[in-house]
Design a protein. Sequence first.
Length: 218
Amino acid sequence: MIDKYKLGLRLLKYAPGIKQCALAALLFCATGIITFLISPSFIVSGLVYVLVAGCYVVQFIYSLCTCHLVRSSPRSRDMQTEIAALIGLPVYLLLYGFVACMGLCMLAAGRIERQDMAGMFILAGFFSMLMMAYVVLANKRSVISFIFFFLMFASVGIFQSWLMSGIGIYEKISPAAAVVIGLLEILAGTGLQYLIARAFYRWDFSKGTQLRSLQDHM
């Protein structure tokens, strides 16, 4: 497993469009930070922007898999399944840690309540899990991924309404317990990403989700 993770890291530098995707990821992170700072009412929007950036790192691996040389290699299956999941896990853990630090800073500044921060941690883990599944579907079937995307944001909206309604659904959950729940959600998302990738492994990549420079060669 460690060898496969190292292989994925070495191959990242060969991913097409890495500068454009890295810039897009940074822009999403910056937008998330600004949204966090504007108002506590935009907590959910802020963490969504930050966590979306993780998709771009995983996308590097899938962009490599569109190459005929990679697809014909014995490592093709590992690249699309295990290696992609292993690359995404530390990225989402890092982004989750960043969101957690933002939440702690807002709590210290008195901008959010304790139970709101607990809800924020759980929601961040839940959205990370959904994004891990979405990035696989988006690369394989655009129609299915669109439906999943709609359902994903609908479910996040439900979590947001619970967080902002003040009905006290998170009051019995401590921030520490919420962090653990969020981490477990990310681990579950890694497993879900791997299983979905295994199920769709033999399906062709969707051209619409790839960079324009790749579409002409698919």
